[in-house]
Design a protein around this ligand. Sequence first.
Ligand SMILES: *Cc1c(COP(=O)(O)O)cnc(C)c1O
Ligand code: SF4
Length: 339
Amino acid sequence: MDGSLGVLPLTEPGPRSWQRSLADAVRDPAELVALLNLPAEFAARALDAARGFPLLVPRSYLERMVPGNPRDPLLLQVLPVDRECQPVDGFHEDAVGEGLSRIVPGLLRKYPGRALMIATGACAVHCRYCFRRHYPYGQEPRRLDEWEPAFAALEADDSIHEVLLSGGDPLVLNDARLEHLVARLESIRHLKRLRIHTRLPIVLPNRVTVELIDLLKRTRLQPWVVVHSNHAAEIAGDCANALRTLVEAGIPILNQAVLLRGVNDSVDALAELSEKLVDLGVLPYYLHQLDRVAGAAHFEVPIDRGVELIELVRRRLPGYAVARYVREIPGERCKTPLA
Ligand SMILES: *Cc1c(COP(=O)(O)O)cnc(C)c1O
Ligand code: SF4
Protein backbone atom coordinates (compact mmCIF):
# COMPACT_ATOMS: atom_id res chain seq x y z
CA MET A 1 0.00 0.00 0.00
CA ASP A 2 1.02 3.50 -0.68
CA GLY A 3 1.41 5.88 2.23
CA SER A 4 2.56 9.01 0.48
CA LEU A 5 -0.78 10.70 -0.15
CA GLY A 6 -2.43 12.63 2.63
CA VAL A 7 -0.37 11.13 5.40
CA LEU A 8 1.76 14.24 5.24
CA PRO A 9 -0.06 16.90 7.23
CA LEU A 10 -0.11 20.52 6.16
CA THR A 11 0.94 21.70 9.59
CA GLU A 12 3.38 20.17 12.02
CA PRO A 13 1.45 17.55 14.03
CA GLY A 14 1.41 17.87 17.81
CA PRO A 15 2.81 15.13 20.02
CA ARG A 16 -0.63 13.56 20.51
CA SER A 17 -1.90 13.99 16.96
CA TRP A 18 -3.22 11.11 14.91
CA GLN A 19 -0.54 11.75 12.30
CA ARG A 20 2.07 11.18 14.97
CA SER A 21 0.31 7.97 16.10
CA LEU A 22 0.24 6.76 12.51
CA ALA A 23 3.92 7.52 11.94
CA ASP A 24 4.68 5.69 15.19
CA ALA A 25 2.75 2.50 14.23
CA VAL A 26 4.54 -0.85 14.51
CA ARG A 27 5.93 -2.07 11.17
CA ASP A 28 8.48 -4.65 12.28
CA PRO A 29 7.21 -8.17 13.09
CA ALA A 30 10.08 -8.67 15.55
CA GLU A 31 8.98 -5.61 17.52
CA LEU A 32 5.34 -6.71 17.53
CA VAL A 33 6.25 -10.16 18.76
CA ALA A 34 8.55 -8.77 21.48
CA LEU A 35 5.93 -6.27 22.70
CA LEU A 36 3.41 -9.10 23.07
CA ASN A 37 5.82 -11.56 24.70
CA LEU A 38 5.39 -14.09 21.93
CA PRO A 39 8.09 -16.58 20.84
CA ALA A 40 10.58 -15.07 18.38
CA GLU A 41 9.77 -17.75 15.76
CA PHE A 42 6.47 -15.92 15.10
CA ALA A 43 8.49 -13.03 13.72
CA ALA A 44 10.62 -15.30 11.54
CA ARG A 45 7.45 -16.87 10.10
CA ALA A 46 6.00 -13.43 9.37
CA LEU A 47 8.83 -12.29 7.12
CA ASP A 48 7.82 -13.80 3.77
CA ALA A 49 4.19 -12.71 4.00
CA ALA A 50 5.20 -9.25 5.20
CA ARG A 51 7.36 -8.74 2.11
CA GLY A 52 4.30 -8.62 -0.17
CA PHE A 53 1.94 -6.86 2.26
CA PRO A 54 3.84 -5.33 5.18
CA LEU A 55 2.85 -5.49 8.81
CA LEU A 56 1.20 -2.26 9.97
CA VAL A 57 -0.48 -1.85 13.35
CA PRO A 58 -1.00 1.29 15.46
CA ARG A 59 0.12 1.08 19.08
CA SER A 60 -3.33 1.94 20.41
CA TYR A 61 -4.71 -1.16 18.67
CA LEU A 62 -1.83 -3.25 19.96
CA GLU A 63 -2.64 -2.18 23.52
CA ARG A 64 -6.02 -3.90 23.19
CA MET A 65 -4.35 -7.30 22.58
CA VAL A 66 -3.65 -9.76 25.38
CA PRO A 67 0.13 -10.32 25.72
CA GLY A 68 1.29 -13.91 25.44
CA ASN A 69 -1.80 -15.10 23.57
CA PRO A 70 -0.93 -16.25 20.04
CA ARG A 71 -4.67 -16.71 19.30
CA ASP A 72 -5.67 -13.20 20.30
CA PRO A 73 -8.47 -12.19 17.88
CA LEU A 74 -6.89 -8.78 17.23
CA LEU A 75 -3.40 -10.19 16.71
CA LEU A 76 -4.68 -12.74 14.17
CA GLN A 77 -6.03 -9.88 12.04
CA VAL A 78 -2.65 -8.16 11.69
CA LEU A 79 0.18 -10.69 12.12
CA PRO A 80 1.58 -11.90 8.77
CA VAL A 81 1.80 -15.72 8.61
CA ASP A 82 3.53 -18.06 6.17
CA ARG A 83 0.23 -19.61 5.02
CA GLU A 84 -0.56 -16.36 3.19
CA CYS A 85 2.13 -17.24 0.64
CA GLN A 86 0.65 -20.62 -0.32
CA PRO A 87 -1.61 -20.42 -3.38
CA VAL A 88 -5.09 -21.91 -2.83
CA ASP A 89 -7.52 -22.81 -5.63
CA GLY A 90 -10.36 -20.32 -5.99
CA PHE A 91 -8.51 -17.46 -4.26
CA HIS A 92 -7.45 -14.62 -6.58
CA GLU A 93 -5.81 -11.20 -6.55
CA ASP A 94 -9.02 -9.46 -7.71
CA ALA A 95 -11.49 -11.48 -5.68
CA VAL A 96 -14.64 -9.53 -6.53
CA GLY A 97 -14.01 -8.43 -10.11
CA GLU A 98 -13.31 -4.79 -9.27
CA GLY A 99 -11.26 -4.31 -12.41
CA LEU A 100 -14.52 -4.51 -14.39
CA SER A 101 -16.29 -1.86 -12.28
CA ARG A 102 -13.56 0.76 -12.60
CA ILE A 103 -15.12 3.27 -14.99
CA VAL A 104 -12.36 5.92 -14.76
CA PRO A 105 -9.24 6.12 -12.55
CA GLY A 106 -10.20 6.07 -8.88
CA LEU A 107 -13.93 5.43 -9.43
CA LEU A 108 -15.79 2.10 -9.17
CA ARG A 109 -19.36 1.85 -10.34
CA LYS A 110 -21.01 -1.43 -9.46
CA TYR A 111 -24.42 -0.71 -7.97
CA PRO A 112 -27.27 1.58 -9.02
CA GLY A 113 -27.40 5.05 -7.47
CA ARG A 114 -23.96 4.98 -5.88
CA ALA A 115 -20.30 5.08 -6.84
CA LEU A 116 -17.17 4.36 -4.87
CA MET A 117 -13.99 6.42 -4.85
CA ILE A 118 -10.61 4.87 -4.06
CA ALA A 119 -9.69 8.02 -2.14
CA THR A 120 -6.23 6.74 -1.18
CA GLY A 121 -4.31 3.47 -1.10
CA ALA A 122 -3.07 4.06 2.43
CA CYS A 123 -4.49 2.55 5.62
CA ALA A 124 -3.63 2.83 9.31
CA VAL A 125 -3.59 -0.95 9.71
CA HIS A 126 -2.95 -3.81 7.32
CA CYS A 127 -5.67 -6.41 7.78
CA ARG A 128 -4.36 -9.73 6.56
CA TYR A 129 -7.76 -10.73 5.10
CA CYS A 130 -8.15 -7.45 3.16
CA PHE A 131 -9.87 -8.08 -0.19
CA ARG A 132 -7.95 -5.13 -1.67
CA ARG A 133 -4.55 -6.34 -0.48
CA HIS A 134 -3.44 -6.72 -4.12
CA TYR A 135 -5.32 -3.68 -5.47
CA PRO A 136 -3.24 -1.71 -8.00
CA TYR A 137 -3.37 1.51 -5.97
CA GLY A 138 -0.36 2.81 -7.89
CA GLN A 139 -2.64 3.38 -10.91
CA GLU A 140 -5.12 5.55 -9.02
CA PRO A 141 -5.18 9.37 -8.80
CA ARG A 142 -2.86 11.04 -6.34
CA ARG A 143 -2.63 14.72 -7.25
CA LEU A 144 -5.87 16.64 -6.93
CA ASP A 145 -6.08 17.38 -10.67
CA GLU A 146 -5.88 13.65 -11.41
CA TRP A 147 -9.31 13.31 -9.81
CA GLU A 148 -11.02 15.42 -12.47
CA PRO A 149 -12.04 12.45 -14.72
CA ALA A 150 -13.78 10.89 -11.70
CA PHE A 151 -15.61 14.14 -10.89
CA ALA A 152 -16.56 14.53 -14.54
CA ALA A 153 -17.97 10.97 -14.59
CA LEU A 154 -20.02 11.72 -11.48
CA GLU A 155 -21.22 15.00 -12.96
CA ALA A 156 -22.30 13.28 -16.17
CA ASP A 157 -24.53 10.71 -14.44
CA ASP A 158 -27.42 12.20 -12.51
CA SER A 159 -28.64 8.77 -11.41
CA ILE A 160 -25.82 8.75 -8.84
CA HIS A 161 -26.98 10.18 -5.51
CA GLU A 162 -24.35 8.81 -3.19
CA VAL A 163 -20.57 8.71 -3.22
CA LEU A 164 -18.65 6.30 -1.02
CA LEU A 165 -15.16 7.30 0.01
CA SER A 166 -13.15 4.14 0.38
CA GLY A 167 -9.62 2.96 -0.29
CA GLY A 168 -7.42 2.18 1.48
CA ASP A 169 -8.87 4.31 4.24
CA PRO A 170 -10.16 7.78 3.31
CA LEU A 171 -9.61 9.11 6.83
CA VAL A 172 -5.87 8.67 6.37
CA LEU A 173 -6.19 11.78 4.18
CA ASN A 174 -5.61 14.95 6.12
CA ASP A 175 -8.47 17.39 6.69
CA ALA A 176 -7.36 19.78 3.95
CA ARG A 177 -7.36 16.99 1.40
CA LEU A 178 -10.71 15.64 2.60
CA GLU A 179 -12.17 19.12 2.56
CA HIS A 180 -11.15 19.55 -1.06
CA LEU A 181 -12.71 16.23 -2.08
CA VAL A 182 -15.92 16.97 -0.21
CA ALA A 183 -16.18 20.51 -1.63
CA ARG A 184 -15.79 19.17 -5.14
CA LEU A 185 -18.47 16.50 -4.53
CA GLU A 186 -20.81 19.09 -3.00
CA SER A 187 -20.65 21.08 -6.21
CA ILE A 188 -22.27 18.17 -8.08
CA ARG A 189 -25.95 19.02 -7.71
CA HIS A 190 -27.46 15.53 -7.93
CA LEU A 191 -25.30 14.11 -5.13
CA LYS A 192 -27.15 13.86 -1.82
CA ARG A 193 -25.15 11.58 0.42
CA LEU A 194 -21.52 11.09 1.34
CA ARG A 195 -20.56 7.75 2.81
CA ILE A 196 -17.19 7.21 4.44
CA HIS A 197 -15.94 3.67 4.85
CA THR A 198 -13.21 3.69 7.47
CA ARG A 199 -11.44 1.57 10.04
CA LEU A 200 -9.67 4.53 11.68
CA PRO A 201 -12.17 5.16 14.51
CA ILE A 202 -11.44 1.54 15.49
CA VAL A 203 -7.68 1.26 15.00
CA LEU A 204 -6.55 4.90 15.37
CA PRO A 205 -9.32 6.54 17.41
CA ASN A 206 -7.55 9.89 17.81
CA ARG A 207 -8.35 10.50 14.12
CA VAL A 208 -11.85 11.44 15.33
CA THR A 209 -11.12 15.12 16.00
CA VAL A 210 -13.34 18.16 16.49
CA GLU A 211 -12.16 19.37 13.08
CA LEU A 212 -13.19 16.13 11.39
CA ILE A 213 -16.63 16.21 12.97
CA ASP A 214 -16.98 19.84 11.92
CA LEU A 215 -16.16 18.92 8.36
CA LEU A 216 -18.82 16.20 8.34
CA LYS A 217 -21.40 18.49 9.94
CA ARG A 218 -20.74 21.40 7.58
CA THR A 219 -21.26 19.66 4.27
CA ARG A 220 -24.67 19.91 2.56
CA LEU A 221 -24.35 16.17 1.82
CA GLN A 222 -25.87 13.80 4.37
CA PRO A 223 -22.92 11.99 5.90
CA TRP A 224 -22.99 8.28 6.74
CA VAL A 225 -19.97 6.70 8.36
CA VAL A 226 -19.41 2.96 8.08
CA VAL A 227 -16.75 1.75 10.51
CA HIS A 228 -15.17 -1.68 10.39
CA SER A 229 -14.85 -3.66 13.59
CA ASN A 230 -14.71 -7.44 13.74
CA HIS A 231 -14.48 -8.11 17.45
CA ALA A 232 -15.80 -6.71 20.73
CA ALA A 233 -12.27 -6.48 22.17
CA GLU A 234 -11.53 -3.79 19.57
CA ILE A 235 -14.22 -1.54 20.99
CA ALA A 236 -12.61 -0.45 24.23
CA GLY A 237 -11.19 2.72 25.76
CA ASP A 238 -10.40 5.41 23.18
CA CYS A 239 -12.19 3.55 20.43
CA ALA A 240 -15.46 3.47 22.37
CA ASN A 241 -15.01 7.19 23.11
CA ALA A 242 -14.42 7.97 19.44
CA LEU A 243 -17.58 6.11 18.41
CA ARG A 244 -19.55 7.86 21.15
CA THR A 245 -18.26 11.24 19.93
CA LEU A 246 -19.39 10.50 16.36
CA VAL A 247 -22.80 9.31 17.54
CA GLU A 248 -23.24 12.36 19.77
CA ALA A 249 -22.47 14.59 16.81
CA GLY A 250 -25.59 13.18 15.19
CA ILE A 251 -23.79 11.36 12.39
CA PRO A 252 -25.32 7.97 11.57
CA ILE A 253 -22.73 5.27 12.21
CA LEU A 254 -22.93 1.73 10.89
CA ASN A 255 -20.51 -1.15 11.35
CA GLN A 256 -19.44 -3.77 8.91
CA ALA A 257 -17.53 -6.87 9.90
CA VAL A 258 -15.98 -9.77 8.04
CA LEU A 259 -16.64 -13.30 9.26
CA LEU A 260 -13.15 -14.61 10.08
CA ARG A 261 -12.07 -18.04 11.23
CA GLY A 262 -10.45 -17.91 14.65
CA VAL A 263 -11.46 -14.27 15.15
CA ASN A 264 -15.25 -14.03 15.34
CA ASP A 265 -16.70 -17.34 14.10
CA SER A 266 -18.73 -18.08 17.23
CA VAL A 267 -22.18 -17.02 18.41
CA ASP A 268 -20.68 -15.44 21.51
CA ALA A 269 -18.15 -13.36 19.54
CA LEU A 270 -20.74 -12.11 17.04
CA ALA A 271 -23.36 -11.37 19.70
CA GLU A 272 -20.87 -9.55 21.92
CA LEU A 273 -19.70 -7.42 19.00
CA SER A 274 -23.28 -6.45 18.17
CA GLU A 275 -24.06 -5.63 21.79
CA LYS A 276 -20.97 -3.45 22.21
CA LEU A 277 -21.96 -1.57 19.07
CA VAL A 278 -25.62 -0.99 19.84
CA ASP A 279 -24.81 0.04 23.41
CA LEU A 280 -22.87 2.91 21.85
CA GLY A 281 -25.57 3.70 19.28
CA VAL A 282 -23.76 2.11 16.32
CA LEU A 283 -25.89 -0.15 14.09
CA PRO A 284 -24.49 -3.47 12.83
CA TYR A 285 -24.86 -3.22 9.04
CA TYR A 286 -23.14 -6.07 7.23
CA LEU A 287 -21.42 -9.28 8.22
CA HIS A 288 -19.43 -10.09 5.09
CA GLN A 289 -18.55 -13.53 3.90
CA LEU A 290 -14.79 -13.39 3.28
CA ASP A 291 -13.95 -12.37 -0.28
CA ARG A 292 -11.71 -15.05 -1.76
CA VAL A 293 -8.57 -13.00 -2.06
CA ALA A 294 -5.19 -14.69 -2.48
CA GLY A 295 -3.45 -14.94 0.91
CA ALA A 296 -6.59 -15.04 3.05
CA ALA A 297 -7.82 -18.64 2.56
CA HIS A 298 -7.04 -19.59 6.16
CA PHE A 299 -9.65 -17.07 7.38
CA GLU A 300 -12.53 -18.60 5.44
CA VAL A 301 -15.59 -19.88 7.30
CA PRO A 302 -17.95 -22.07 5.23
CA ILE A 303 -21.17 -20.25 4.28
CA ASP A 304 -23.32 -22.99 5.91
CA ARG A 305 -21.59 -22.31 9.20
CA GLY A 306 -22.04 -18.54 8.74
CA VAL A 307 -25.77 -18.99 8.14
CA GLU A 308 -26.04 -21.14 11.24
CA LEU A 309 -24.16 -18.59 13.35
CA ILE A 310 -26.22 -15.60 12.26
CA GLU A 311 -29.47 -17.54 12.88
CA LEU A 312 -28.29 -18.26 16.42
CA VAL A 313 -27.41 -14.59 16.92
CA ARG A 314 -30.91 -13.67 15.67
CA ARG A 315 -32.42 -15.80 18.45
CA ARG A 316 -30.40 -13.97 21.06
CA LEU A 317 -30.57 -10.27 20.12
CA PRO A 318 -33.11 -7.63 19.06
CA GLY A 319 -33.63 -7.51 15.31
CA TYR A 320 -31.77 -4.21 14.83
CA ALA A 321 -28.66 -5.69 16.45
CA VAL A 322 -28.35 -8.48 13.87
CA ALA A 323 -26.09 -7.67 10.90
CA ARG A 324 -27.11 -8.71 7.39
CA TYR A 325 -24.93 -11.64 6.38
CA VAL A 326 -23.94 -11.02 2.75
CA ARG A 327 -21.44 -11.90 0.12
CA GLU A 328 -20.13 -10.09 -2.90
CA ILE A 329 -20.70 -11.92 -6.19
CA PRO A 330 -19.04 -10.35 -9.26
CA GLY A 331 -21.65 -9.04 -11.69
CA GLU A 332 -24.56 -8.85 -9.21
CA ARG A 333 -26.42 -5.55 -8.74
CA CYS A 334 -26.21 -5.63 -4.95
CA LYS A 335 -24.59 -7.67 -2.19
CA THR A 336 -26.18 -11.10 -2.04
CA PRO A 337 -27.97 -11.92 1.25
CA LEU A 338 -27.03 -15.30 2.71
CA ALA A 339 -29.43 -15.77 5.60
C1 LIG B 1 -20.15 -2.70 -1.42
C2 LIG B 1 -20.06 -1.67 -2.47
C3 LIG B 1 -20.94 -0.57 -2.45
C4 LIG B 1 -21.94 -0.34 -1.34
O1 LIG B 1 -22.95 -1.28 -1.25
P1 LIG B 1 -24.10 -1.06 -0.19
O2 LIG B 1 -24.93 -2.30 -0.28
O3 LIG B 1 -24.82 0.18 -0.59
O4 LIG B 1 -23.43 -0.89 1.14
C5 LIG B 1 -20.87 0.35 -3.49
N1 LIG B 1 -19.98 0.22 -4.49
C6 LIG B 1 -19.11 -0.82 -4.53
C7 LIG B 1 -18.15 -0.90 -5.69
C8 LIG B 1 -19.13 -1.80 -3.52
O5 LIG B 1 -18.25 -2.82 -3.56
S1 SF4 C 1 -8.36 -0.98 6.75
FE1 SF4 C 1 -9.74 -1.78 5.16
S2 SF4 C 1 -8.70 -1.36 3.20
FE2 SF4 C 1 -7.17 -1.16 4.86
S3 SF4 C 1 -6.19 -3.17 5.03
FE3 SF4 C 1 -7.88 -3.15 6.50
S4 SF4 C 1 -9.63 -4.02 5.39
FE4 SF4 C 1 -8.08 -3.42 3.86
